[in-house]
Ligand binder design. Structure first.
Ligand code: P6P
Length: 344
């Protein structure tokens, strides 16, 4: 655990007050992060009930599964988590509008409540296909400034590059519930102390090792990859006898939050590249509320994030649910993957 200057445990609240006192965040952003963290605690409890809470399985009813804009069957917990985040953020006056993986369009804060200066985007429960098999899942969020003079922001006002983010984070619901957060001054981890219901700072200033021997990719897509990706992974698999001169290990949880958290903890490279199946849609993972927040967190932790051909945070968005190819993690390894793509 990372204590405060007085040697006492540092709660998320205390951390945010100290960030505000240092002039790195304002009171509304502090409130926003506290509200999202509280919503994540509720999601953690709901997810943790599993079958006992009647929350497993697909959403929808007699009329069949409900399908979101992604064309994916929604899980009950996708819908519940989305509702928890919407309800928590409606009345505080810190947000102008919010957008979710589970909603076709963004939503301005209702007229009955005051509106603030921030836009919040989130994937309320990423990796939800893993819920029914009790594998770690998580919430991912990204915070942008609402454009000056816009009273009721619409989808177009969210289309800002990742460099415009003022905060980003994820909460992984695994053996521990851990919130990983950046406000642009490093990436920090807070573990939920369930006995007192408080997130406590456990790692201040995460540093991702620049080199790695571990890669994360869904190998079942190998035959659909572009040539540079075929060559890149082929050389990883060739190990010591191959051009990389070292053996690599592979992990794939199929829950981005869990895979990224492993990389935050011990390094590695995560990739969901273009393949001939997802290329028509631009990729598999979503830019605005998956790739960009993770890229901000990873870069702030000394790592790198790319589409394979461009720094992730510099992609100019063209749609709220836009998809992109993703390479992120240990800086040197991401640079290596980008080099293979540059060679064509
Ligand atoms: P695949 C989960 O559905 C997700 O969006 C990410 O969390 C995860 O990395 C990826 O999709 C898994 O995709 O094709 O391996 O099931």
């Amino acid at each position: 655990m990372t204590a405060s200057d007085d040697g006492k445990p540092c709660s998320l609240t205390r951390f945010l007050i100290e960030e505000q006192r240092a002039g790195r965040i304002g009171p509304d952003l502090r409130l926003l992060i506290e509200v999202v963290a509280r919503a994540c605690k509720r999601i953690s409890i709901t997810v943790g009930k599993g079958a006992l809470g009647g929350v497993l399985g697909d959403a929808g009813g007699a009329q069949g599964a409900s399908i979101n804009i992604q064309g994916e069957a929604q899980k009950k917990l996708d819908v519940l988590s989305n509702e928890i985040l919407l309800e928590a953020n409606a009345w505080g006056g810190h947000l102008a509008a919010l957008a979710s993986e589970e909603m076709d369009h963004s939503q301005p804060i209702p007229d009955v409540y005051p509106r603030g200066n921030y836009l919040l985007l989130f994937d309320p429960l990423d990796g939800s296909s893993n819920i029914d098999v009790n594998v770690s899942v998580g919430t991912i969020f990204s915070v942008l400034r609402s454009p000056e003079g816009v009273d009721r922001p619409g989808d177009e006002h969210f289309l800002q590059p990742g460099t415009a983010q003022v905060a980003a984070g994820y909460c992984v619901y695994g053996p521990q519930t851990t919130l990983v957060l950046t406000v642009g001054h490093g990436t920090h981890a807070f573990t939920l102390d369930r006995e007192i219901g408080s997130f406590t700072l456990t790692t201040r200033g995460i540093r991702i090792p620049e080199e790695t021997k571990e890669f994360a990719v869904n190998m079942s897509n190998q035959r659909f990859w572009e040539p540079p990706m075929q060559r890149y992974v082929g050389d990883l698999l060739a190990g010591k006898e191959g051009p990389r001169g070292k053996d690599f290990n592979m992990r794939w949880v199929a829950s981005m939050v869990a895979d990224v958290h492993r990389i935050m903890t011990r390094g590695g490279i995560f990739s969901y590249p273009l393949d001939s199946k997802c290329a028509p849609k631009g990729g598999k993972l979503r830019l605005m509320y998956e790739a960009n927040p993770m890229a901000f967190l990873v870069e702030q932790a000394g790592g790198a994030a790319s589409t394979g051909r461009q720094r992730m945070l510099e992609v100019q968005p063209t749609g709220l649910h836009q998809r992109v190819p993703v390479f992120l993690g240990s800086k040197r390894e991401v640079e290596e993957a980008v080099r293979y793509h540059a060679e064509g």
